[in-house]
Design a protein around this ligand. Sequence first.
Ligand SMILES: [Zn+2]
Length: 180
Amino acid sequence: MSSRAASAIPRPTYRDGDFVPSRDVPFSTDLDELIAEIRAGNAPNIGRFCGYCCAPLGAEPEDAAQTCGVCGESTEQTPAVDKIDRDLAQIYHAKRKREGLYVHLAAWSGIILATGLTILMILLLPGWTKVFAIAFLVLGGYFMGVFFGNVLIQGFAYRAGLNMFAKRWAAWQSQALDAP
Ligand SMILES: [Zn+2]
C-alpha cells in the first residue's frame, strides 16, 4: 500500500472513548443492527435510508427536508433511498465478523495461558497441593477466557472494527465516484 493511499483513509473520531459518527466515517449503530437482523431473516431490506450513508431515517416528515443524524447529509441534497446498498451491507457484516474474530482469539489466548500456568503449577507445587492446579485450570481458564475475551479485547476490537469500516467505506466511496 502506498503512503498516499494510507493517508487517504479517514480516521474515526472519538469523544470520551465513544465513537462519534462523521461524514468521513459514517458508521451507524442502528444500521449495523438492522443489517444483522436482515441477514438473520428477521427484517426485510426495506425502509427509508439516508442517500449518502444508508443510516435509517425513520418516517418521512410532512414536507420538510431531513438531516441525517449520522453523516449530516440533507434529504434535499441527496434524496432518501428505500434499500440498503448491498456493498455497504457487506462492509458492515465484515466489520462484525472481524470484531468477533478478535474476541474469539483473545478468549482462546486466555484459556491457553491458563492451561500453561496450570502445567507450571503441576510441575512446581509439592505433593497433594497439586490439586490446586486442577482447581486453577477450571476456574482460571474460565475467568481468563472471559476476561481476555470480554474486558481486555473489547476496546481494541471496537477500534479495530471502526478502522476497518473507515478503510472500506473510503474504498467503496472512491469506487462509486469512479463509476460512470
Ligand atoms: Zn447519512
